[in-house]
Design a protein around this ligand. Structure first.
Ligand code: URA
Length: 424
């Protein structure tokens, strides 16, 4: 067997057998297969897809590529949450402390930015001192002690995904159902949670642009979960505009603090409440009504924010030193009218261009840069009124490029619901 034959087979859209998938993934983890060969295979998968059987085998091989965490020492139901990624998606930073403050045990392995979407680990690392590299014993101890820990893929957890994820980020091979499903589910299976809630984003700021693809991805992940005895609940949510107003690492942490103090933007607050209700209901085995009350109570009484501060402190973060870029420019609309469309992925790309994301695997992120929207979909904007603020440092983007992301029209069109469907 050799990797070139496997690449050629996938390029010709012929189904790979189990041994070939195993050979490619194990060979890549063992550094026998080179980055450029894996990139070619990933691109062929992106273009030609995989059958359900190939995706299941890929997930299995990835999941078994490293350590498998046993969370049996944690006695209660472990509920994990994952997002397929979007622009301004800061839900983990808010949701995990919130559900932990309600008594749910919330261990979380998170990822870095991917393509035009940001990543929880990069966002957390914008807090000076925050340590995302916990070893597994410290991770478990922290979960037992304060109910929540957020770490990057600890130690040797799914090394196959760690390598492939970083490669996909810089080779244009992010948007693919089998690659996303295997990436997410291999990590979730290896990290030991009983119930997995997946916030599956759909729209022009998500990896899944259309509803049908999102649904297919949801069904793929639910089925992988079933075959491993895990409950997977996919919540299909809208991503046709950034979630909340802030895009960029430190800016998103600041906005998360606002949401935890119940003064954040409405859309993200509502999404957090919906996801938290599902997690609390599954985690504590209580009704939706009871869970929903607990979630509201803990947002209102400050317990969720206190838990966030506890999490940050425990992982060495100094929240008081959180900083955003010093240069701020206000971008004004050239037209009056309703904002009927936002090119969300382009806004994500603009944040990446400012230095908020990576183009090469080892690029350093500039945590303080990004965008903060003053207007959202359906809002009316006047000519010369601010549409967003740009936080920048040593890289710039043109005003035209930013304004092109907004479609402004005389008549308002209806926007999409925030939550489309729950698939389980
Ligand atoms: N999140 C992941 O962990 N992997 C993907 O491929 C996409 C989103």
């Amino acid at each position: 067997m050799n990797i070139v034959d496997i690449i050629n087979k996938k390029r010709k859209n012929i189904e790979l057998n189990d041994e070939e998938i195993k050979y490619a993934i194990e060979g890549y983890v063992a550094n026998k297969i080179k980055d450029y060969q894996m990139s070619a295979l990933l691109m062929a998968i992106c273009l030609n897809g995989m059958t359900d059987h190939e995706t299941a085998v890929l997930t299995e091989v990835m999941y078994k590529s490293g350590d498998i965490i046993n969370l049996d020492k944690i006695k209660s139901t472990k509920v994990d949450k994952h997002s397929t990624g979007g622009v301004g998606d800061k839900t983990t930073l808010i949701l995990l402390p919130l559900v932990a403050s309600c008594g749910v045990v919330a261990p979380k392995m998170s990822g870095r930015g991917l393509g035009f979407t940001g990543g929880t680990i990069d966002k957390l690392e914008s807090i000076p001192g925050f340590n995302t590299k916990l070893d597994i014993n410290d991770f478990m101890e922290q979960v037992n002690e304060i109910g929540v820990a957020i770490a990057s893929q600890t130690g040797n957890l799914v090394p196959a995904d760690k390598k492939i994820y970083a490669l996909r980020d810089v080779t244009g091979t992010v948007e693919s159902i089998p690659l996303i499903a295997s990436s997410i589910m291999s990590k979730k299976l290896a990290s030991g949670a009983d119930t997995i809630v997946i916030d599956l984003k759909v729209g022009n700021g998500a990896l899944m642009k259309d509803y049908e693809s999102a649904k297919k991805l949801a069904e793929t992940m639910v089925n992988i979960g079933k075959s491993h005895n895990r409950q997977v609940i996919c919540v299909l949510t809208d991503m046709n505009q950034p979630l909340g107003c802030a895009i960029g690492n430190s800016l998103e942490v600041k906005e998360s603090i606002d949401v935890l103090n119940n003064r954040g933007p409405k859309d993200i607050t509502n999404l957090i409440i919906a996801l938290a209700t599902i997690m609390v209901s599954c985690g504590l085995g209580i009704s939706f009504e009871e869970a929903n009350k607990k979630v509201h109570d803990n947002l209102n009484n400050g317990n969720a924010y206190v838990k966030f501060l506890e999490l940050v402190k425990k992982q060495g973060g100094r929240i008081e030193e959180l900083d955003v870029a010093k240069n701020v420019v206000s971008i004004k609309s050239r037209l009056s009218g309703y904002i009927n469309e936002i090119k969300t992925d382009d806004l994500g790309e603009i944040s990446r261009k400012l230095g908020g994301g990576r183009y090469e695997k080892n690029d350093e992120i500039n945590f303080g840069v990004g965008l903060v929207l003053s207007k959202k979909l359906g809002d009316y904007v006047m000519e010369d009124e601010e549409i967003l603020k740009v936080y920048f440092d040593d890289k710039s983007v043109s005003v035209d490029e930013i304004l092109k992301c907004f479609k402004i029209e005389t008549n308002k069109i209806n926007s999409n619901p925030l939550i489309y469907e729950v698939i389980k």
